[in-house]
Design a protein around this ligand. Sequence first.
Ligand SMILES: O=P(O)(O)O[C@H]1O[C@H](CO)[C@@H](O)[C@H]1O
Ligand SMILES: O=c1cc[nH]c(=O)[nH]1
Length: 295
Amino acid sequence: MAQIGASELIINPDGSIYHLNLKPGELATDIIIVGDPGRVPLISRHFDHIELTRQNREICTHTGSIGGKRISVLSTGMGTDNIDIVLNEIDALFNIDLKKRKVRNKHVSLNIIRLGTSGALQQDIPVDTAIVSTHGIGLDGMLYYYLDSHSIIDHELTRAFISQTHWNRSFPQPYVVEASDKLLNTIGRKFNKGMTATAPGFYGPQGRRLRLETTHPDLNQAIAGFEYNGMKVANFEMETSALYGLGKLLGHQTLTICAIVANRVAKQYSKDYHKTMEQLIGTVLEAVRDLPQPG
Ligand SMILES: O=P(O)(O)O[C@H]1O[C@H](CO)[C@@H](O)[C@H]1O
Ligand SMILES: O=c1cc[nH]c(=O)[nH]1
């Protein structure tokens, strides 16, 4: 196996990986990721014990244990570009020998669960409920930069999405990736399910107009109207497609569960989404505690 060059796998002088600022051994194999760094202590305060806290840029990491299980929570910041950094660096901490700069022969598979916020695209999904994402519909284009992406994309679903929504050719080519079956059938059983559209922005790419007009004023209606084998797009957020795509390519189990903080059709916003998030954190932590170790 070839050595990975110093400019490709960047290691800080203390031996930690470039953006995460973490060393091998500092992350657990069960990892909760969140966009907002402020959500990290809200989760880790439920831990029985915190062994590590680290902050670099928008990436804040706490590792500890709950009910005898080692667990990490880490913030990614917003967007699939950040997921690209965080997923590659999390994987490298387990599956690359950072000293020898070589990919290990035996790969560790991780459970990575995203606990986020999102906006509902269907009128009948109330704010302050939660949705687990059966699929990430990537509107961001990031996954196509990876050679093997074609092997994990659901091409039939992607084609149906492009055709039914009359996808604008000047936007990045969409891609659809499924959630981990294993996590969907364990943690995911506790929640309502839906497909999730991952947008490359919060405003124009999610059809929000403040001062700027959007290219496609009916974008949200087109996405909400999409139907495939009885499934619909439940919500908009900004990370899931990349999490599911990179997770599958790297051999990890990934799942997104989001609190619905806005309903874009009813034009409602939660009066207190922190309360909803607090409940969601409790349910997810209980489920993670009972998860079998990844194989
Ligand atoms: O609450 P988080 O996890 O940040 O997730 C959602 O909130 C952010 C936008 O407000 C985006 O990151 C979106 O995916
Ligand atoms: O509407 C919303 C709410 C939260 N996060 C998003 O990306 N969109």
